[in-house]
Design a protein around this ligand. Structure first.
Ligand code: ADP
Length: 237
């Protein structure tokens, strides 16, 4: 019988090979991400991190095996914070509008946002300490403020899992720390976090588990195991 205190799985990869048009970039991945876990995804450029994220989000079908989000987690369990592009940085709309767009999937052609959605946006902005930015133009904010706005946007879609693709890249250390603290707060409240990062120092500080992918295979396991593994040697030395 399943242990009752065992946390439910949210994302699973079962002997999954991931890639494009039948060419696998990552092979035989086998792991589960459970409720409330904080997992950092590490790997060199070109190792397949984006391919993995696209597959986890269901945007890319596995070449073989299976990848899936637990249906019991419910529709709208996942919120996604993509890598920022220059175009997005200069987006000439208000913070309120950017965060509200996190609800786009739920609108079903309804041409307006509801009062409840606006209240929800204010709740997320407040929670992330940026309530005062609501009426500001997104394009005029600092990089760190923009990332917190995008985190609030992802929260509109997420109740169980946040998937973040290099959220601190390009931020100064103070802004990066503020973002880490926001994510840690969400994690402590029970949100599962899957974060692609090159910042290994903070990955081992905050994460419960590390998924390190490389040309020769992958590591998935607890941070403490990771620190003593062969995989960490190049990155942590
Ligand atoms: P990372 O995010 O770790 O930098 P990617 O997942 O972007 O790595 O890329 C992994 C490999 O997949 C690379 O060899 C890349 O050239 C290839 N790749 C990425 N996107 C595509 C695509 N749309 N079609 C075919 N190959 C791709």
């Amino acid at each position: 019988m399943k242990d009752k205190i065992d946390k439910k799985w949210l994302i699973s990869c079962r002997d999954a090979s991931l890639g494009y048009e039948n060419k696998a970039v990552l092979e035989h991945l086998d792991f589960e991400i459970r409720e409330g876990e904080y997992v950092c995804v590490i790997g060199e450029n070109g190792s397949g991190k984006s391919t993995l994220i696209k597959s986890l989000l269901g945007l890319l079908k596995p070449v073989s095996g299976s990848v899936g989000i637990n249906r019991e987690a419910g529709k709208g369990a996942v919120g996604y914070l993509p890598q920022q592009t220059q175009v997005q940085r200069n987006f000439p709309v208000s913070v309120m509008e950017v965060v509200l767009s996190g609800f786009l999937n739920d609108m079903h052609f309804r041409p307006f946002y509801t009062k409840k959605e606006k209240q929800e946006v204010r709740k997320h902005l407040q929670h992330l300490g940026i309530a005062d930015l609501e009426k500001k133009c997104y394009g005029e904010l600092s990089g760190g403020q923009q990332q917190r706005v995008l985190l609030a946007r992802a929260l509109c879609a997420a109740d169980k899992i946040l998937v973040l693709d290099e959220p601190v890249t390009g931020l100064d250390p103070v802004a990066a720390n503020t973002l880490y603290e926001s994510m840690e707060l969400l994690h402590q409240e029970g949100m599962a976090i899957v974060m692609v990062t090159h910042d290994l120092k903070n990955a081992v500080k905050y994460a419960d588990k590390i998924l390190h992918i490389s040309d020769n295979g992958y590591f998935f396991g607890d941070v403490e195991q990771y620190k003593t593994s062969e995989y960490s040697k190049i990155f942590l030395s």
